[in-house]
Design a protein around this ligand. Structure first.
Ligand code: NAD
Length: 373
């Protein structure tokens, strides 16, 4: 008798409970002859038939980007399993989904293997915040290296085993302090391998290498996104990223900290644009890498002006010495994503910034109330 589509053949999990892996080769159980769609055809929907429901893993799904991605996948009818060790992620970002039968949250560190029967794996788990590599470099580099190498290997191994499609969230940091402007995907970058920021840059470069090796050597369907600075609700309040720093400082009536002369440029993308890009990439036919970012370019001083206009016209700025290897310019060339994914960002900085302010105000207020302020 054929196995019905979406029959639950995987070990079931409950939130907070580790999954026990077994040793059977699950990819063999799902070949043609069953009703289950053939792996390798993920995302292709026969004309006239509704889109089939996917079972999707999002590693790092309790974090900033991950939680928005999970919302989008759930909204379109997918079944989503989040793996997160809560290093920087928060249950609060997903609490509205607790009790939803299409959603599962598993406390799991991706440096440990796991077996789940899934169609797609969005691999976001990474200690992404720059604060950590500045203040505790040794602990952080170990965590970066292990998560980017072991975590990515484990997720690629899972993808290979169950025939799932794998998407890596890489970063514009792979371009280092770029000598090409704007940056195209064909640019190999200008990264200092022994600098303060290298643990992040090189970790992600290694993860890209592993993804492509699994693709070439093991036939895993991979997708690579190179994400440029992204902002929006659910960002960590004190993660050292420039948008969240400025917004939190302006709300707290503190001076906004500008490193260096403030003339270095960045491009800022609103999170819903990024999530649309990630889903288009995962469901499309192209491996990438693809730059996903907003090409609108701002100096740090211009950004501080937009934050002032949006939050507090009396906000001030304070200059501090710059971090070594801070890139001077960052701006994505997104022509490849426009052409092949039919994607481009829609939300400008002036439209997007107000959308995160309410969330930040509320969390800062709760924090102050928690301190009895
Ligand atoms: N936000 C950006 O501007 C940006 C830019 C470039 C790349 N990225 C990439 O996008 C992804 C998501 O970034 P984000 O901004 O949402 O960061 P985030 O810190 O909010 O989310 C990362 C999530 O991964 C989890 N995590 C970390 N290590 C883990 C581990 N070993 N096992 C399981 N979970 C683990 C964290 O707890 C957190 O929930 C990251 O891979 C990051 O490198 C983000």
């Amino acid at each position: 008798m054929p196995i019905p589509p979406y029959a639950d053949l995987s070990p079931r999990t409950t939130p907070g409970v580790s999954v026990v892996s077994d040793n059977h080769d699950s990819s063999a159980s799902f070949s043609s002859g069953t009703n289950r769609p053939v792996y390798g055809k993920v995302g292709r929907v026969p004309v006239g038939i509704g889109r089939r429901r996917m079972r999707v893993v999002v590693t790092g799904g309790a974090g900033f980007v991950g939680s928005h991605l999970v919302d989008k996948l759930i909204a379109r009818g997918d079944e989503v399993i989040v793996l997160d060790n809560f290093f920087t992620g928060r249950k609060d970002n997903l609490v509205h989904l607790f009790g939803n039968p299409m959603f599962e949250l598993i406390r799991h560190d991706v440096v440990e293997p796991i077996l789940l029967e899934v169609d797609q794996i969005y691999h976001l788990a990474c200690p992404a915040s720059p604060v950590h590599y500045k203040y505790n470099p040794v602990k952080t580099i170990i965590s970066f290296a292990i998560t980017n190498v072991m975590g990515t290997l484990n997720m690629l191994g899972l993808a290979k085993r169950v025939g799932a499609r794998f998407l890596l969230t890489s970063t514009s940091e792979v371009y280092g302090d770029p000598l090409q402007h704007p940056q195209k995907e064909t640019y190999w970058g200008n990264v200092n391998p022994i600098g303060e920021r290298s643990c992040y840059d090189e970790g992600k470069r290694t993860a890209e290498t592993l993804a492509m090796d699994y693709h070439r050597g093991a036939g895993v369907e991979v997708r690579i996104a190179r994400i440029f600075n992204t902002y929006g609700p659910h960002m960590c309040l004190d993660d050292g990223r420039v948008v969240s720093n400025f917004v939190a400082q302006a709300i707290r009536k503190l001076p906004m900290t500008v490193y260096g002369d403030g003339k270095q440029t960045r491009s800022f993308q609103y999170v819903s644009d990024l999530v649309d890009g990630l889903v288009a990439l995962m469901d499309g036919e192209h491996i990438g890498p693809f730059n996903l970012g907003n090409p609108g370019e701002f100096t740090m001083l211009e950004l501080s002006e937009v934050v002032k206009e949006t939050i507090d016209p009396s906000a001030t700025i304070e200059f501090r010495p710059n971090t070594a290897d801070d890139p001077h310019m960052r701006k994505p060339d997104i022509s490849k994503a426009k052409e092949l994914l039919n994607w481009e960002p829609k939300i400008s900085l002036r439209e997007g910034l107000p959308l995160m302010v309410g969330d930040f105000r509320q969390r800062i207020l709760n924090e102050d109330e928690g301190k009895g302020a």
